[in-house]
Design a protein around this ligand. Structure first.
Ligand SMILES: Cc1cc2nc3c(=O)[nH]c(=O)nc-3n(C[C@H](O)[C@H](O)[C@H](O)COP(=O)(O)O)c2cc1C
Length: 188
């Protein structure tokens, strides 16, 4: 079983980094083969440039790192996204990952006017987020994680099943402690 983690946080001392380590530990314990894409550490440029766009409609990559990420997605059985909520959604580096990696012929194909996901080798996605706000506030705002990320982006590339685990009031030590317990339990 191949688990692919996409991690988007720039600081090793962060709570998200602690979550990443716990998730990795739990997956290894389950004897899964774990690959981590650490977007910040790997120096991924999330900006889709003129050069990227020139070959975008042909489903080609100008950015070699983006091309290598696409190959990692094609052999994964499960996907785990770990990131802090910044302005009610993903850090820009993760948004840029969707823009630059999920290309036609790799992540989806066009069937008439519809998109058909090609990454259905990935049977399940787990979205792990941290923020001050709780899931209720997200729902007042149209539920961007559930509707846009899971119901839009992931569904369009062929990933139908997902779970969203969220740590609210992340600034509280008690919330962080409980969340690590929840993570350990989820990946048991
Ligand atoms: C640029 C930026 C934007 C943020 N936007 C939000 C937000 O929209 N809602 C929220 O509850 N917290 C927001 N936060 C707080 C982060 O979610 C919080 O600091 C993070 O989840 C804590 O985890 P960490 O210690 O791993 O960084 C924001 C923080 C930053 C730096």
């Amino acid at each position: 079983m191949k688990s692919l983690i996409i991690y988007a946080h720039p600081w090793d001392g962060s709570f998200n980094n602690h979550v990443l380590k716990e998730v990795e530990k739990s997956l290894v314990k389950q004897e899964k083969e774990v690959t981590i894409i650490d977007l910040n550490k790997e120096g991924f440029n999330p900006v889709l440039t003129k050069e990227d766009l020139k070959v975008f409609s042909q489903g080609k990559y100008h950015d070699k790192l983006a091309a290598s990420y696409a190959e990692k997605l094609k052999v994964a059985d499960e996907l785990i996204l770990i990131f802090p909520i910044w302005w009610y959604g993903e850090p820009a580096i993760l948004k840029g990952f969707y823009d630059k990696v999920f290309l036609k012929g790799h992540a989806y194909e066009l069937v008439g006017y519809d998109l058909k996901g090609l990454l259905n080798n990935i049977k399940n996605a787990t979205i792990i987020t941290t923020a001050s706000i709780d899931k209720k506030i997200f729902s007042y705002l149209g539920d961007p994680i559930k509707n846009t990320l899971a119901g839009g982006v992931l569904k369009m590339i062929g990933i139908e099943n997902y779970n969203w685990i969220h740590c609210a009031t992340v600034h509280l030590e008690t919330a962080r402690h409980e969340f690590i317990k929840e993570i350990k339990n989820y990946f048991k």
